[in-house]
Ligand binder design. Sequence first.
Ligand SMILES: [Zn+2]
Ligand SMILES: [Zn+2]
Length: 230
Amino acid sequence: MRLRLPEERPAEPPTGYKIAHPVLSQDGTRAGFTGVSLGGALPYGVVADASCVYGLRHRAPHRRCDCGFHCVHDRTVAEALLCTAEHRTAVLLEVSVLGRYLRFELGFRYARQRVRTATVGPCACGTVAAALADAGWGRPGWRGLAPSCAGCLRGRTSVSLAGFARLAGEGLRVVAGSGAAVADLQADGLGVSELTAEAALLQARLDWFQTQLARLGERGHGEGDGPGAP
Ligand SMILES: [Zn+2]
Ligand SMILES: [Zn+2]
Protein backbone atom coordinates (compact mmCIF):
# COMPACT_ATOMS: atom_id res chain seq x y z
CA MET A 1 0.00 0.00 0.00
CA ARG A 2 1.30 3.43 -0.95
CA LEU A 3 1.57 6.07 1.65
CA ARG A 4 -0.29 9.22 0.62
CA LEU A 5 0.58 12.68 1.76
CA PRO A 6 -2.16 14.42 3.76
CA GLU A 7 -4.43 16.74 1.81
CA GLU A 8 -3.78 20.39 2.50
CA ARG A 9 -6.59 22.82 3.18
CA PRO A 10 -4.93 26.24 3.39
CA ALA A 11 -6.98 29.17 4.74
CA GLU A 12 -5.50 31.40 2.04
CA PRO A 13 -4.37 30.41 -1.46
CA PRO A 14 -0.61 29.76 -1.52
CA THR A 15 1.63 32.28 -3.28
CA GLY A 16 4.07 31.23 -5.98
CA TYR A 17 6.48 32.76 -8.47
CA LYS A 18 7.14 32.09 -12.14
CA ILE A 19 8.38 33.81 -15.26
CA ALA A 20 6.44 34.39 -18.47
CA HIS A 21 6.46 36.52 -21.59
CA PRO A 22 3.86 39.28 -21.74
CA VAL A 23 1.73 39.14 -24.91
CA LEU A 24 -0.69 41.49 -26.65
CA SER A 25 -3.54 40.32 -28.87
CA GLN A 26 -3.28 41.12 -32.58
CA ASP A 27 -6.04 43.76 -32.33
CA GLY A 28 -4.40 45.31 -29.27
CA THR A 29 -7.44 44.90 -27.01
CA ARG A 30 -6.28 42.05 -24.75
CA ALA A 31 -3.14 41.40 -22.78
CA GLY A 32 -1.89 38.23 -21.13
CA PHE A 33 1.11 35.99 -20.69
CA THR A 34 2.63 32.95 -22.27
CA GLY A 35 4.86 30.40 -20.57
CA VAL A 36 8.56 30.17 -21.34
CA SER A 37 8.62 26.39 -21.78
CA LEU A 38 5.83 23.84 -21.35
CA GLY A 39 2.50 25.31 -22.40
CA GLY A 40 4.25 28.23 -24.09
CA ALA A 41 1.91 27.93 -27.03
CA LEU A 42 -1.18 28.81 -24.98
CA PRO A 43 -1.44 32.44 -23.83
CA TYR A 44 -3.32 32.89 -20.55
CA GLY A 45 -5.09 35.78 -18.85
CA VAL A 46 -4.72 37.12 -15.31
CA VAL A 47 -7.20 34.54 -13.99
CA ALA A 48 -7.02 31.26 -15.86
CA ASP A 49 -7.72 27.54 -15.67
CA ALA A 50 -5.15 25.01 -16.79
CA SER A 51 -5.97 22.34 -19.32
CA CYS A 52 -3.84 19.36 -20.25
CA VAL A 53 -1.18 20.62 -22.71
CA TYR A 54 -1.15 17.18 -24.33
CA GLY A 55 -4.88 17.37 -24.98
CA LEU A 56 -5.56 14.38 -22.72
CA ARG A 57 -9.07 14.18 -21.32
CA HIS A 58 -8.21 14.55 -17.67
CA ARG A 59 -8.33 17.45 -15.26
CA ALA A 60 -5.04 19.35 -14.96
CA PRO A 61 -2.93 18.82 -12.95
CA HIS A 62 -2.93 15.03 -13.29
CA ARG A 63 -0.61 12.95 -11.14
CA ARG A 64 0.73 10.88 -14.04
CA CYS A 65 1.13 13.82 -16.44
CA ASP A 66 3.10 17.04 -16.17
CA CYS A 67 0.23 19.35 -17.17
CA GLY A 68 -1.19 22.22 -15.12
CA PHE A 69 0.29 25.60 -14.23
CA HIS A 70 3.73 25.50 -12.62
CA CYS A 71 5.34 27.83 -10.12
CA VAL A 72 8.07 27.82 -7.51
CA HIS A 73 7.82 28.73 -3.81
CA ASP A 74 10.83 30.99 -3.75
CA ARG A 75 10.98 34.32 -5.59
CA THR A 76 14.78 34.16 -5.98
CA VAL A 77 14.52 30.77 -7.72
CA ALA A 78 12.18 32.31 -10.31
CA GLU A 79 14.37 35.40 -10.63
CA ALA A 80 17.37 33.17 -11.32
CA LEU A 81 15.60 31.91 -14.47
CA LEU A 82 15.61 35.47 -15.84
CA CYS A 83 19.42 35.36 -16.10
CA THR A 84 19.49 33.05 -19.13
CA ALA A 85 19.78 34.74 -22.51
CA GLU A 86 16.45 33.47 -23.80
CA HIS A 87 14.57 34.66 -20.69
CA ARG A 88 16.08 38.15 -20.38
CA THR A 89 12.92 39.86 -21.62
CA ALA A 90 10.49 37.70 -19.62
CA VAL A 91 8.68 39.15 -16.61
CA LEU A 92 8.46 37.84 -13.04
CA LEU A 93 4.94 36.90 -11.94
CA GLU A 94 3.65 36.58 -8.41
CA VAL A 95 0.64 34.28 -8.50
CA SER A 96 -2.07 32.95 -6.22
CA VAL A 97 -2.33 29.18 -6.53
CA LEU A 98 -6.05 28.37 -6.77
CA GLY A 99 -7.94 25.12 -7.10
CA ARG A 100 -6.34 21.71 -6.79
CA TYR A 101 -2.58 21.60 -6.51
CA LEU A 102 0.28 19.16 -6.15
CA ARG A 103 3.08 20.32 -3.91
CA PHE A 104 6.69 19.58 -4.77
CA GLU A 105 9.95 20.44 -3.07
CA LEU A 106 10.49 23.49 -5.28
CA GLY A 107 6.93 24.51 -6.07
CA PHE A 108 3.40 23.67 -7.14
CA ARG A 109 1.65 22.21 -10.15
CA TYR A 110 -1.95 23.38 -10.10
CA ALA A 111 -5.36 23.88 -11.72
CA ARG A 112 -6.12 27.58 -11.57
CA GLN A 113 -4.19 30.78 -11.01
CA ARG A 114 -4.48 34.50 -10.50
CA VAL A 115 -1.52 36.63 -11.52
CA ARG A 116 -1.30 39.34 -8.85
CA THR A 117 1.86 41.21 -9.84
CA ALA A 118 4.04 41.34 -12.94
CA THR A 119 7.51 42.80 -12.41
CA VAL A 120 9.02 44.12 -15.64
CA GLY A 121 12.81 44.22 -16.00
CA PRO A 122 14.84 46.96 -17.68
CA CYS A 123 14.95 47.87 -21.38
CA ALA A 124 17.76 46.20 -23.37
CA CYS A 125 19.67 49.54 -23.08
CA GLY A 126 19.58 49.29 -19.28
CA THR A 127 17.04 52.06 -18.65
CA VAL A 128 13.96 51.33 -16.48
CA ALA A 129 11.11 50.16 -18.73
CA ALA A 130 8.22 52.51 -19.45
CA ALA A 131 6.40 50.20 -21.83
CA LEU A 132 6.13 46.71 -23.25
CA ALA A 133 6.93 46.71 -26.97
CA ASP A 134 6.74 44.27 -29.87
CA ALA A 135 9.56 41.77 -29.29
CA GLY A 136 9.59 40.50 -32.87
CA TRP A 137 8.06 37.08 -32.19
CA GLY A 138 4.64 35.76 -31.24
CA ARG A 139 1.97 33.08 -31.37
CA PRO A 140 -0.93 33.04 -33.84
CA GLY A 141 -3.03 36.08 -32.85
CA TRP A 142 -0.58 37.26 -30.17
CA ARG A 143 2.53 39.44 -30.27
CA GLY A 144 5.30 38.75 -27.79
CA LEU A 145 6.31 41.86 -25.84
CA ALA A 146 9.58 42.95 -24.26
CA PRO A 147 10.39 45.75 -21.79
CA SER A 148 11.36 49.04 -23.44
CA CYS A 149 12.17 52.56 -22.29
CA ALA A 150 10.56 55.50 -24.09
CA GLY A 151 13.74 56.22 -26.05
CA CYS A 152 14.02 52.72 -27.55
CA LEU A 153 10.35 52.37 -28.58
CA ARG A 154 10.81 53.98 -32.00
CA GLY A 155 7.90 52.98 -34.22
CA ARG A 156 7.16 49.63 -32.59
CA THR A 157 3.71 48.53 -31.45
CA SER A 158 3.68 48.99 -27.69
CA VAL A 159 1.61 49.52 -24.56
CA SER A 160 2.58 51.50 -21.51
CA LEU A 161 2.87 49.50 -18.29
CA ALA A 162 -0.38 51.08 -17.08
CA GLY A 163 -1.98 50.26 -20.42
CA PHE A 164 -0.91 46.63 -20.12
CA ALA A 165 -2.37 46.44 -16.60
CA ARG A 166 -5.63 47.95 -17.86
CA LEU A 167 -5.94 45.56 -20.82
CA ALA A 168 -5.07 42.52 -18.69
CA GLY A 169 -7.65 43.61 -16.08
CA GLU A 170 -8.63 41.71 -12.94
CA GLY A 171 -6.65 44.10 -10.72
CA LEU A 172 -3.24 43.10 -12.10
CA ARG A 173 -0.38 45.17 -10.69
CA VAL A 174 2.52 45.98 -13.01
CA VAL A 175 5.78 47.07 -11.42
CA ALA A 176 8.84 48.36 -13.28
CA GLY A 177 12.41 47.57 -12.32
CA SER A 178 13.68 45.97 -9.16
CA GLY A 179 10.97 47.07 -6.78
CA ALA A 180 11.60 50.77 -7.43
CA ALA A 181 8.43 52.80 -7.28
CA VAL A 182 8.92 54.06 -10.83
CA ALA A 183 5.69 52.55 -12.01
CA ASP A 184 3.37 50.83 -9.61
CA LEU A 185 0.09 50.79 -11.37
CA GLN A 186 -3.35 49.44 -10.75
CA ALA A 187 -5.66 48.65 -13.63
CA ASP A 188 -8.36 50.90 -12.20
CA GLY A 189 -7.88 54.64 -12.02
CA LEU A 190 -4.96 56.50 -13.53
CA GLY A 191 -3.19 58.87 -11.16
CA VAL A 192 -1.00 61.85 -11.97
CA SER A 193 2.17 59.72 -12.14
CA GLU A 194 0.58 57.23 -14.56
CA LEU A 195 -0.71 60.02 -16.80
CA THR A 196 2.72 61.69 -16.70
CA ALA A 197 4.30 58.38 -17.76
CA GLU A 198 1.77 58.04 -20.62
CA ALA A 199 2.53 61.60 -21.72
CA ALA A 200 6.29 60.90 -21.71
CA LEU A 201 5.72 57.86 -23.95
CA LEU A 202 3.58 59.87 -26.35
CA GLN A 203 6.24 62.61 -26.43
CA ALA A 204 8.98 60.04 -27.19
CA ARG A 205 6.89 58.64 -30.03
CA LEU A 206 6.17 62.09 -31.38
CA ASP A 207 9.90 62.96 -31.28
CA TRP A 208 10.69 59.78 -33.21
CA PHE A 209 7.91 60.49 -35.70
CA GLN A 210 9.11 64.06 -36.25
CA THR A 211 12.70 62.86 -36.73
CA GLN A 212 11.48 60.49 -39.47
CA LEU A 213 9.46 63.29 -41.08
CA ALA A 214 12.42 65.65 -40.94
CA ARG A 215 14.60 63.00 -42.57
CA LEU A 216 12.07 62.58 -45.39
CA GLY A 217 11.88 66.36 -45.70
CA GLU A 218 15.67 66.63 -46.01
CA ARG A 219 15.73 63.96 -48.67
CA GLY A 220 12.95 65.75 -50.52
CA HIS A 221 14.80 69.06 -50.23
CA GLY A 222 17.93 67.50 -51.74
CA GLU A 223 15.93 66.50 -54.79
CA GLY A 224 14.59 70.01 -55.09
CA ASP A 225 10.91 69.16 -54.58
CA GLY A 226 10.63 68.99 -50.79
CA PRO A 227 8.21 71.09 -48.78
CA GLY A 228 11.00 73.61 -48.09
CA ALA A 229 12.14 73.83 -51.72
CA PRO A 230 11.80 77.22 -53.49
ZN1 LIG B 1 -2.17 16.11 -18.68
ZN1 LIG C 1 16.03 51.67 -23.88
